[in-house]
Design a protein around this ligand. Structure first.
Ligand code: IPM
Ligand code: MN
Length: 340
């Protein structure tokens, strides 16, 4: 049951299939009886191409105070050279993640029928505000034969620890209380050692959680060979980005993968978004899979404290056995609503 409160949610449908899957998700939230007071924000590639706007500080501050942000997808069509590489990634998506201090990127996976990881359930907790994503470094002697490009990875004790704490808390809630640190401690010795020590220390107060460690390259093998072994994987920003695409492919395709960019202390609005991109080739065809956006909305409901509604939506997605390709966006959404 909803507690009848109405939540203020900023909706960033974005580009390509983003607006379609976002409205499907909002329909499902309405069907589960949670009232949202939504405010649309026109941001993304289409907006940039129209008037050059990406994201300014005033808009960032406005977004901060919402109860949550529901995001569809941001990005131009593949090959559209009018949008420089990295402009929207750094100027919008990462500016939001960093600016709102969304330090956990929580990505749960559940293998759908017929996938390599069928019936396996695990989650990736990706550090979301540090690592190679901070934009540290620069270029010298640009365009010459002596060009130098550096791009450092920033790992702070504070940043690693708060992410690892969140991961342990998640692992502790599972039936399978297992946490796997994934890194590359044999090569990235400075950062790896910090991550490993933090996991050891934080783990000492979660005595029920079984902890192990894998190098990221080996983890790519084990994820494919025995995905059932995982509970929570905790890892840095870049490894988490790569592993979550692999995990998406293993569990049924990126069309099912949900994510939550979280500020667990709720000092600013968290962002809920499908892992997939804008898929401009599918936009307007009615064929986009809305399940990742709907699962992301379930994560939003959980974060808002609507735990019962969140469970009902998550269960409806898990029980869904229809043919996504045949049903299309509207058909999938309709079937889910009927099952709630
Ligand atoms: C993701 C995306 C983003 C990332 C890009 C679009 C900046 O790949 O959310 O996984 O690298 O984090
Ligand atoms: Mn990614």
């Amino acid at each position: 049951m909803s507690n009848q409160r109405s939540y203020r949610v900023a909706v960033l449908g974005g580009d390509g299939i983003g607006p379609e899957v976002t409205s499907a998700a909002l329909e499902v939230v309405a069907a589960v009886g949670v009232e949202l007071d939504t405010t649309p924000f026109d941001l993304g590639a289409a907006r940039y191409l129209r008037d050059g706007f990406v994201l300014d500080d005033a808009t960032l501050e406005e977004l901060r105070s919402f109860d949550a942000i529901l995001l569809g997808a941001i990005g131009p069509a593949i090959g559209d050279a009018r949008v420089p590489a990295g402009l929207l990634e750094r100027g919008l998506l990462l500016k939001l993640r960093f600016g709102l201090d969304l330090y956990v990127n929580y990505r749960p996976f559940r293998g759908v029928a017929g996938s390599i990881a069928q019936d396996c359930e695990f989650a990736i907790v990706r550090e979301n505000t540090e690592g190679p994503y901070v934009g540290e470094g620069g270029v010298l002697r640009y365009g010459t034969a002596h060009e130098v490009a550096t791009q450092g990875s920033v790992n702070t004790r504070f940043g690693v620890e708060r992410c690892v704490r969140y991961a342990f808390a998640r692992a502790n809630q599972l039936a399978r209380k297992r946490l796997t640190l994934v890194h590359k401690t044999n090569v990235l010795t400075f950062a790896g050692d910090l991550w490993q020590r933090v996991v050891n220390e934080v783990g000492s107060s979660f005595t029920d959680v079984i902890v192990d460690y894998q190098h990221v390259d080996a983890a790519c093998i084990y994820l494919v060979e025995s995905p059932q072994r995982y509970g929570v994987i905790v890892t840095d920003n870049l490894f988490g980005d790569i592993l979550s695409d692999l995990a998406g492919a293993l569990t049924g395709g990126i069309g099912f993968a949900a994510s939550a960019n979280l500020n667990p202390e709720r000092s600013s609005a968290s962002i809920f978004e499908p892992v997939h991109g804008a898929a401009h080739d599918l936009a307007g065809t009615g064929r986009a899979n809305p399940l990742a956006a709907i699962s992301s909305a379930a994560l939003m409901l959980e974060h808002l404290g609507e735990v019962d509604a969140a469970l009902r939506v998550a269960r409806a997605v898990a029980d869904f056995d229809g043919d996504v390709a045949a049903l299309g966006t509207a058909g999938v959404t309709q079937q889910l609503r009927e099952r709630l």
